[in-house]
Design a protein around this ligand. Structure first.
Ligand SMILES: [Zn+2]
Length: 200
């Protein structure tokens, strides 16, 4: 009949919808506070500085092997180095071969994710967004770095071999669901020295 809306439109919307057969899962509580716990250089212990120097030494090994000057070491809860990894981008022909991502791969195989929450990752340079992602998914909860990403950016510029991102590691790690302690930068000059003449 002209002027009469179809029956479905004449009914209240709620009564037209069938009840969902399964109850909805309760909404998960979402943290509202920043999750990354950050400290600056003054909070580093002398043992942390020593371990950063070990990571820088690994970064020099990477150059000697034909790769980019980045290195990282993993320590167990006692502070002993248990694993190390260097950049392998050139020799492995793998753009994901950053030191920290290589170290995470190794750590999962050698140590296992159930234990990594109590381990610390020391790296010669602030982790990039990719490596922050790898660290997050690994379960490692503590990261200490020497040179900052901004300092690296000033070294590499627009070098196509390393188009450094302008992205603070804390920004990436703060997006996760658990608190990750991030310390750095520290002894930047020593980490930068390993890059002397490398980027042209
Ligand atoms: Zn990286």
């Amino acid at each position: 009949m002209p002027g009469t809306p179809p029956r479905a439109y004449a009914q209240p919307l709620t009564s037209a919808l069938p009840e969902h057969p399964y109850p909805r899962a309760p909404a998960r509580k979402r943290p509202t506070q920043p999750r990354t716990i950050s400290y600056m250089t003054t909070d580093l212990a002398e043992s942390d500085i020593t371990l950063l120097r070990e990571a820088i030494a690994v970064s020099k090994n990477a150059v000697a092997a034909g790769n980019h000057p980045f290195g990282a070491v993993l320590t167990d809860p006692s502070g002993a180095i248990v694993l190390s990894a260097e950049n392998t981008v050139n020799t492995a022909n793998d753009c994901t071969g950053h030191a920290e991502t290589n170290l995470v791969r190794l750590a999962w195989r050698e140590i296992g994710p159930e234990r990594l929450g109590d381990y610390s990752l020391y790296t010669s340079c602030e982790p990039c967004a990719m490596c922050c992602g790898a660290i997050y998914w690994s379960g490692i909860n503590r990261v200490v770095f020497a040179m900052s990403e901004a300092e690296l950016n000033s070294l590499t510029g627009d070098n196509p071999e390393n188009p450094t991102m302008s992205l603070d590691s804390r920004v990436v790690l703060n997006g996760g669901q658990r608190a990750i302690t991030v310390l750095g930068p520290a002894i930047s000059a020593e980490a930068i020295a390993a890059h002397a003449g490398f980027w042209g």
